[in-house]
Design a protein around this ligand. Structure first.
Ligand code: AMP
Length: 399
C-alpha cells in the first residue's frame, strides 16, 4: 500500500481525529448486539494511545437522514468501548459545535472521546466543506480506519482530509488494502473468484473486471439462473433478472474471447417454494421443473468448485451460493467456506468480501481459517470492480 499509516508517524502529543466504522446493530433497549466492528477498531485505538496521542473517534450509525434521532445515538457504543478498552471513553453530545470543540481542546495524551453520530448532520453525506472544516478543527492529524465507508466521499472520509495533515491509514484499513489490494492488483496464480448472491445487477462491473484478472470465475447463488437462461435453459420459478439476460450472454462471450473459464453450476437444489421446509431435490440444471425454483448449488457443482478452490493460489469470494439463511439450502455456501479453509491451510491467500459472504463464513465458524474476511461489503466490491476508493485515495502518500 502506498499510503502512510499510523505505524510510521510520530503522534506524540497529537490529537488523532479518527474515522471508524461503529455502525453496529442496537436492540430496542439501545444495547449493542454485535460488537465485532468495535473490537476490530481496538488495535488502531491502542496503537494511537501507545504512541502518545489522544484519540477523537467519529462514526455514523444507521440512516438518520440528517436529523438527530436518539435511537441512533452512539452513546451505547461509547459505553461498550469503555469496557472493551478498559479506560473511560468520553461521549461528546454532538460531532461539531462549541461544546465539542471545548472538549477536544482539553484532550490529553491517553484520552479517548467518541463524537455523536456524524449523520445527524446532512452535511456529512453531502461532503459539505464548512462541516468538514469544523470536524478538522478537532484534531491535529487524521486517521481513517473505516474501510466499510471508504468508497463514499463524505465529509468525514474525504472532505476532512483537505484540512489536516498527515492523513493516515489505521491498522484495519491497512490490512484490508493489503489483502484485497493484492488480490486485485498482484495476485498469485491460479487466481479463482467465486461470485454468488441474489442478483447480477450491481455485480456486472465486478464480473467484467474480474474476467480480466482471474483464471477461473465460479458463479453460484441466485445470479446463476440469469446466466443459465442466457444459455437457453429453462429455469422454472428460479430468480431471474429478465433485463440482464443479454448482459449475461455478453459476459459469457467475453469470457470465451478472453480465454477465461466462467463456470456455471451443473446441478441445483430445487424447492417448491421459498421456505426452508418446502419439498426439495437435486436436479441437473437442464432439468429444472417448471413449477420449482433453484435455491442452492448441487453436489456435483460443489465437487467441481472445490477442485478449483483447493487448487488455487489466490481465491476471492463474494456472495452466498444459495439461500444460506435456510439450513436446507446452505450446503453449497458451507462447502465453499470449507474449501476456502482447506486452500488456506495449503498456503493459498483467501479473501472473503464483506456483506452476506462475511456473515455466512462467520455463521459457519470458519472466519479464522481464511486469510482475510473484509469488513466492507460495498467497499470491497468497488475495489474488485477496479475502482479507486475516495476515502483511501485522500490519504497521504508514502514519501
Ligand atoms: P447479495 O446481497 O446480492 O449478495 O445476495 C445475498 C442473498 O442472496 C442472500 O440473502 C441469499 O439468500 C440470496 N440467494 C442466494 N442464492 C439464491 C437463490 N438461488 N435464490 C434466491 N436467493 C438467493
Amino acid at each position: 500500500m502506498n499510503k502512510r499509516t499510523i505505524q510510521d508517524a510520530d503522534l506524540q502529543g497529537k490529537r488523532a481525529l479518527t474515522r471508524v466504522d461503529f455502525n453496529v446493530p442496537l436492540n430496542d433497549r439501545q444495547e449493542v448486539t454485535d460488537d465485532t466492528r468495535i473490537v476490530s477498531s481496538l488495535p488502531t485505538i491502542r496503537t494511537l494511545l501507545e504512541k502518545g496521542a489522544s484519540v477523537i473517534l467519529m462514526s455514523h450509525l444507521g440512516r438518520p437522514k440528517g436529523k438527530a434521532r436518539p435511537e441512533m445515538s452512539l452513546k451505547p457504543v461509547a459505553e461498550k468501548l469503555t469496557s472493551l478498552l478498559g479506560r473511560e471513553v468520553t461521549f461528546a453530545p454532538d460531532c461539531v459545535g462549541d461544546e465539542v470543540q471545548a472538549l477536544a481542546t482539553r484532550m490529553q495524551p491517553g484520552d479517548v472521546m467518541l463524537l455523536e453520530n456524524l449523520r445527524f448532520h446532512a452535511e456529512e453525506e453531502a461532503n459539505d466543506e464548512h462541516f468538514a472544516k469544523q470536524l478538522a478543527t478537532l484534531g491535529d492529524v487524521y486517521v481513517n480506519d473505516a474501510f466499510g465507508t471508504a468508497h463514499r466521499a463524505h465529509a468525514s472520509t474525504e472532505g476532512v482530509t483537505r484540512y489536516l495533515s498527515p492523513c493516515l491509514a489505521g491498522l484495519l484499513m491497512e490490512k484490508e488494502i493489503d489483502y484485497l489490494g493484492r488480490a486485485v492488483g498482484d495476485p498469485e496464480h491460479p487466481y479463482v473468484a467465486i461470485l454468488g448472491g441474489a442478483k447480477i445487477s450491481g455485480k456486472i462491473d465486478v464480473i467484467s473486471n474480474l474476467l480480466d484478472r482471474v483464471d477461473t470465475l465460479l458463479i453460484g447463488g441466485g445470479m446463476m439462473f440469469t446466466f443459465l437462461k442466457a444459455q437457453g435453459m429453462e429455469i422454472g420459478k428460479s430468480l431471474l433478472e429478465e433485463d440482464k439476460v443479454d448482459m449475461a450472454r455478453q459476459l459469457l462471450r467475453s469470457a470465451e474471447a478472453r480465454n477465461k473459464q466462467l463456470l456455471l453450476p451443473v446441478d441445483t437444489v430445487v424447492g417448491r417454494s421459498f421456505e426452508n421446509d418446502t419439498a426439495f431435490h437435486i436436479v441437473s440444471v437442464n432439468e429444472i421443473p417448471a413449477d420449482m425454483m433453484g435455491l442452492d448449488i448441487g453436489p456435483e457443482t460443489i465437487a467441481r468448485f472445490r477442485t478449483h478452490i483447493t487448487g488455487a493460489k489466490t481465491v476471492v469470494w463474494n456472495g452466498p451460493m444459495g439461500v444460506f439463511e435456510m439450513p436446507n439450502f446452505a450446503k453449497g455456501t458451507i462447502a465453499v467456506a470449507e474449501a476456502m479453509a482447506e486452500a488456506t491451510a495449503h498456503g493459498c491467500i483467501t479473501v472473503v468480501g464483506g456483506g452476506d459472504s462475511a456473515a455466512a463464513i462467520n455463521q459457519i465458524g470458519l472466519d479464522d481459517k481464511v486469510t482475510h474476511v473484509s469488513t466492507g461489503g460495498g467497499a470491497s466490491l468497488e475495489l474488485l470492480e477496479g475502482k479507486t476508493l475516495p476515502g483511501l485515495a485522500a490519504l497521504t502518500d508514502k514519501a
